[in-house]
Design a protein around this ligand. Structure first.
Ligand SMILES: Nc1ncnc2c1ncn2[C@@H]1O[C@H](COP(=O)(O)OP(=O)(O)OP(=O)(O)O)[C@@H](O)[C@H]1O
Ligand SMILES: [Mg+2]
Length: 304
């Protein structure tokens, strides 16, 4: 490592992008700040059109930011710093008429390396068996894995992947998870985007939620899950219970009861309210929300 310990591998400061000019101008990203450390997998989450790819392209200097700056390993972007970055954008671009292995050979040449890592990276993404086949015969998932192999070819310290799970089946996603956790365990920084929350929930240490070009929240996966605290209430008659909670706690009907957006500390007050309203209480307990549900709530709230 060239930089002092603790220097983020990637830092985005107030990053913004407007495509086009004048009346046709389109604000795609506004004021995105975040940093990715060595040894962590950082997820950049958002629905379609949120600005994930735009941000990733700016982080890689593939497009120029309209505002803000990108630091790689604590310094402004330079050719030297970019050599320490491996990336997968748009699923990678490969020669369809060459085999997976030959594509990596071509890439190694352009990187000025001897290609000694080719077999190891093919093994790592589980493509060794299909490495002889032409890429035009590859499935989406295989191309995606070849893209990851290409990103890893020059042994980068920072790996940036735009939607690495695209086109992968459940087993492929599981393999990707193992692969990315392995990279983080080796001390690399991994920055990935996704619109599929249930995967990043298990891959990432930290996540940032982006919506309409803005960061809504940055937190550890645990913090995200905690903020979506909810209680499950089972009481009868349910209509009476619902009426008793109305206006005091947000809730929605869930199978066999109510899901109330409240924390454990609210339990006594909720029970009292229900009993006073004449409802019989059978159960009040924590209900864990998935990141998916929290994400939906967050993006819905920001639309309002
Ligand atoms: N080259 C471009 N010119 C004009 N507008 C663009 C361009 N690229 C992206 N946009 C717009 O910027 C916004 C953000 O797009 P971006 O591709 O960054 O989103 P994304 O989060 O990657 O979405 P997806 O999940 O669909 O990949 C969108 O409204 C998109 O239409
Ligand atoms: Mg995208």
């Amino acid at each position: 490592m060239l930089e002092p310990d603790g220097t983020p591998a990637l830092e985005l400061r107030g990053l913004g992008k407007t495509y086009g000019r004048g009346s046709g101008a389109k604000r795609a990203v506004s004021d995105v700040s975040l940093s990715v450390r060595k040894g962590e997998v950082y997820g950049f989450l958002g629905p379609n059109g949120a600005g994930k790819s735009t941000t990733i392209r700016m982080a890689l200097s593939l497009i120029r930011p309209s505002d803000g700056e990108v630091l790689l390993f604590g310094e402004p972007v330079s050719a030297r710093a970019l050599r320490r970055v491996g990336a997968l954008v748009d699923g990678g671009t490969f020669y369809p008429f060459l085999s997976g292995r030959d594509n990596l050979r071509v890439l190694a040449k352009t990187q000025g390396s001897d290609g000694s890592r080719i077999e190891a990276v093919l093994e790592r993404v589980d493509l060794a068996r299909d490495a002889k086949r032409k890429v035009k015969g590859y499935s989406t998932g295989m191309k995606q894995r070849l893209g990851v192999a290409a990103a890893l070819l020059d042994d980068p310290d920072l790996v940036i992947l735009d939607e690495p799970a695209n086109g992968l089946d459940a087993a492929g996603i599981q393999d990707m998870r193992t692969l990315l956790r392995g990279l983080a365990a080796d001390g690399k920084a991994v920055f990935l985007s996704s619109h599929l929350l249930h995967e990043v929930e298990q891959i990432c240490d930290r996540v940032a939620v982006v919506h309409k070009g803005r960061l809504l929240r940055e937190a550890t996966v645990r913090e995200m899950l905690d903020q979506g605290e909810a209680l499950r209430v089972e009481a009868e008659p349910l209509d009476k219970a619902a009426a008793a909670l109305d206006g005091r706690w947000p809730f929605e009907r869930a199978e066999g009861g109510l899901k109330v957006l409240a924390g454990r500390a609210d339990t006594p007050a909720i029970v009292r309210q229900l009993v006073e309203a004449g409802a019989d209480v059978f159960h009040v307990g924590p209900e864990e929300q998935s990141l998916e549900e929290i994400f939906l709530t967050m993006t819905r709230d920001s639309d309002a």
